[in-house]
Design a protein around this ligand. Structure first.
Ligand code: TAP
Length: 489
């Protein structure tokens, strides 16, 4: 069994903690690694290391080329180790190996993309109406706490580490307690990069209520970038408000509408509906878990969904035939099963799946993908984020009703519209209040384009130029070009 250490101040250490946490393989229910359970003191040590690296080190004064070199080296090492890391991701998180391979490639691309930004951070000259030069300079925001979820462990780490490094920040990364393995493997990669000073990246493992809370409350942390549940996002914002008003960006939950009009390309639409809510076991913040289908095609659509879902093989992600892996933990399996029971109890029609799988799979956390028909938007399964392979198919009459249902949610992360009518597509895109809208597609995500939500799906945007701005402060500099006194007194 692999035993890992944390990475603090450029050293691999178990810190002051005496406790180790078990890390499970969700496909078998077996422990396959152990990591330290960081105490508050361990987290404070990591924060102190990042603080010192920021205040006294060279990193924030480094050139863009120097930082880009580091980012490109990380990307290259990820690509070299992609096969092994993708396997570890699947063993730890449960997703199919092919999906882990995509994640690895995406993570490497993310470091390359923000490596490009490192040399393109510059301010501007402001056209003030005086004999002066007014400039805006960009500077790194400082020490950053990066708190990430378990659904894309390495990729979520990349989304935050890459722009923070490109900006010249120092940081403490806390992976989710369930999925720390690939992030700790990344620490080994970082440790070998000579150009990356010690203390710039620190990694602590442990519980959110301890290590994560310390990052949100600590006065020496200048910014927290968080991806996770809306509930924890609220706690982080509150902790920041109650302490040093650190900057906070939040990427939170969703209940995204995937809207299908009767004129859409039927085959592509059905596949898009399934991919939208079953990829990554539905453990996706932008999952299109509310499938809105126009009444004339509703029955046929549900039937086609069932027929295609029957062909989705569920099982250990390491077997390439399987298209849907295990849920991440036994607690999460219970949570998802609880929603399926609630859907039935509230009168939705479970037309396929939703069962815990037994036999060879009994020790793993497997559930068959579930399709609920006859759902209305007031049911719990249509209102709350399930974060599992559960599709709620909701009928609608016309465009106005589809938009009203889509917007009737406290979330606003993403949405999609399927139609051959470009005018309607644009009307719906403009009417749906969400941070990401896809037309005739669901889920494509690019480093180059912003990612984040309206309403209770978060605040701020990651990726694209917004991603780098998150880790920069703007300093206004005024140079007086008049000689002599101002003449005021
Ligand atoms: P959370 O329970 O919110 O956990 C996210 C991270 O926060 C974990 O590292 C967790 O540590 C930590 N945490 C827990 N309590 C904390 C506290 N009091 N203070 C500071 N940190 C704390 O979410 P999850 O279950 O890992 O992930 C699922 C959620 O993430 C879903 O709601 C999903 O929509 C959202 N998500 C959003 C996005 C985007 S981009 N919007 C992407 C992926 C996931 P522990 O693991 O120890 O609890």
């Amino acid at each position: 069994m692999n035993s890992y250490q944390m990475y603090i101040g450029g050293e691999f250490t178990s810190g002051a903690t005496t406790k180790m946490m078990d890390v499970y393989n969700p496909a078998t229910g077996e422990v396959f690694a152990q990591v330290p359970e960081a105490t508050r003191q361990d987290t404070q040590s990591a924060i102190a290391a990042a603080r010192e690296a920021f205040d006294k080190g060279d990193w924030r004064h480094s050139t863009g080329i120097q930082r880009a070199t580091v980012l490109f080296k990380i990307a290259a090492a990820l690509r070299e180790n992609a096969t092994r890391l993708a396997e570890l991701e699947t063993l730890n998180m449960g997703k199919p190996l092919t999906e882990s391979e995509y994640d690895l490639a995406d993570a490497a691309t993310c470091f390359e993309y923000f490596g490009g930004w490192a040399t393109k951070i510059f301010g501007e000259v402001n056209p003030v109406p005086d004999n002066a030069i007014s400039m805006t300079m960009k500077e790194p925001v400082g020490v950053c706490g990066l708190i990430i979820p378990w659904n894309y462990p390495l990729l979520m780490a990349a989304w935050k580490l890459a722009p923070a490094l490109a900006a010249g920040c120092t940081m403490i990364l806390k992976p989710a307690e369930a999925t720390p393995v690939t992030v700790l493997e990344l620490a080994k990669i970082l440790d070998k990069i000579e150009e990356l000073p010690k203390g710039v990246v620190n990694i602590v493992t442990g519980y959110g209520e301890v290590a994560g809370a310390e990052l949100s409350e600590n006065y020496s942390v200048d910014k927290v970038a968080f991806t996770g549940s809306t509930e924890v996002g609220r706690l982080i914002m509150k902790a920041a408000a109650d302490t040093n008003l650190k900057k906070v960006t939040l990427e939170l939950g969703g209940k995204s509408p995937n809207i299908f009009f009767a004129d859409s390309d039927f085959e592509a639409a059905v596949e898009g509906a399934l991919f939208g809510c079953f990829v990554n076991q539905g453990e996706v913040c932008s999952a299109g878990s509310r499938i809105l289908v126009q009444k004339p095609i509703y029955e046929k659509f549900v039937e086609a969904m069932i027929a295609k879902t029957k062909m989705i093989k569920v099982g250990p992600g390491m077997n390439r035939d399987n298209k849907l892996g295990a849920l991440v933990t036994t607690e999460h399996l219970e949570r998802v099963s609880g929603y399926i029971s609630k859907g039935k109890a509230e009168g939705a029609d479970l037309v396929y799946g939703g069962e815990r799988l037994g036999g060879d799979l009994a020790n793993g956390y497997f559930v068959s993908p579930a399709i609920f028909a006859g759902v209305n938007n007031q049911m719990t399964i249509a209102k709350e984020e399930i974060f599992g392979p559960v599709a709620s198919v909701i009928p609608f009459e016309d465009e106005a009703e589809a938009v009203a249902i889509a917007n009737d949610s406290p979330f606003g992360l993403a949405g999609a519209v399927w139609t051959r009518d470009i005018f309607r597509a644009f009307r719906v895109v403009k009417a749906v209040r969400a941070g990401i809208l896809w037309v005739n597609h669901m889920q494509p995500t690019y480093c180059e384009a912003p990612w984040g939500g309206y309403k209770q799906s978060g605040t701020g945007r990651e990726l694209g130029r917004y991603g780098i701005e998150n880790f920069l402060e703007s300093k206004q500099v005024h140079i007086n070009l008049n000689e002599g006194p101002m003449g005021w007194y």
